[in-house]
Design a protein around this ligand. Structure first.
Ligand SMILES: [Mn+2]
Length: 326
């Protein structure tokens, strides 16, 4: 099934000429790696393409090639006459934020995603939950369309696969993921430097925030659930350009006997809106938990945005996690 839809996605890319590329808000390695990786593929095919995101690049991704071609959403972009939109790493169109306003009914939409909770919103839906990442799917698109990789494309797709697999440690890491990564490494990637750029250049003020946050890890349900809150008053001191969520979650997910970890973050821009990020060590299905609140993702990593006060949202979400504890 997935193979047929890969062919359909490739056929759409062949057919159209003026592409809008986007991914989810708060873009991370996979969103950026797959967007830019696809951008280079389209350029090699002689197509026009514009990447539009709602949010700017976090500073740890400033080293990515092609980053200057990413545009931030503004209403004037409606005047560009696209004939196809390729949406990457999104369970639904709403995950692109404001960018969804650029997509009208006449535009063909190619939905390329690896989340099990994908809502199949495209004209073509290529959804493959067995893929480690959207970047791994773009890797397959290069193969399918016989477009050769170069050093830039190799770096971008490697970054997407590396970040979404927790550096090739999570359960979504497959034989194919390693084979693909191995093939990309032939282009002379400096792996330690890639890792250092993404994970080891945390601004000192953010390390201080991380320490403050970790002082307030809470456990519940006999130590099976751990959670932390990031209230707005803490976030105001944070370097907005740097995404700490992953660092905090991978830390609390590693606590002995934990089955699920949750991070509750107050949205600085919207009052009473809480972003919830969930991780599971494998026993609890946090995709199901996130879906109960209108979000989604994967069995072991998911997220949702919930309206309400920080403490109320936290109680509701934790009650839901509790139902699935083993
Ligand atoms: Mn992804």
């Amino acid at each position: 099934m997935s193979r047929i839809n890969l062919k359909k996605a490739a056929a759409a890319i062949k057919k159209y000429n003026r592409f809008l590329i986007s991914a989810h808000t708060s873009p991370e390695g996979d969103a950026l790696g797959s967007e830019l990786g696809l951008y280079y593929l389209l350029k090699k095919l002689g197509k026009q393409a514009v990447i539009v995101n709602e949010d700017p690049l976090p500073s740890e991704y400033f080293f990515l090639p092609g980053k200057e071609s990413i545009k931030l959403y503004r209403p004037a972009l409606k005047d560009i006459n696209f004939d196809c939109a390729v949406i990457l790493d999104c369970t639904d169109l709403g995950r692109t934020g404001e960018v969804s306003k650029l997509i009208n009914n006449t535009l063909s939409v190619v939905n390329i995603d690896h989340h099990i909770s994908n809502k199949k919103f495209g004209t073509v839906d290529w959804v493959d939950p067995k893929s480690s990442s959207a970047s791994e799917m773009v890797f397959r698109l290069y193969k399918e369309m016989h477009v050769p990789f170069d050093a830039d494309a190799a770096l971008l797709l490697y970054v997407g696969m590396m970040t979404d697999t927790g550096s090739f440690r999570y359960s979504n890491t497959s034989v194919f993921t390693h084979k693909a990564a191995g093939e990309l490494l032939r282009f002379g990637l400096d792996v330690p430097l890639v890792y250092r750029n993404i994970y080891e250049k945390i601004p000192f003020t953010d390390i201080q925030l991380l320490i403050k946050t970790l002082l307030h890890i809470h456990r519940t349900s006999g130590g099976k659930i751990a959670w932390v809150e990031l209230p707005a008053r803490l976030l105001r001191h944070k370097k907005l350009s740097f995404d700490l969520t992953d660092h905090i979650l991978s830390f609390i997910r590693g606590i002995k006997d934990i089955q699920a970890a949750a991070l509750f973050k107050e949205n600085l821009g919207v009052k009473n809106e809480i972003r919830v990020n969930l991780r599971s060590t494998g026993l609890v299905d946090v995709n199901k938990v996130a879906q109960a609140f209108g979000g989604g993702g994967h069995r072991t990593a998911s997220g949702c945005t919930v309206s309400g006060k920080l403490a109320d949202v936290r109680k509701k979400v934790i009650a839901k996690i509790r139902q699935d504890l083993k």
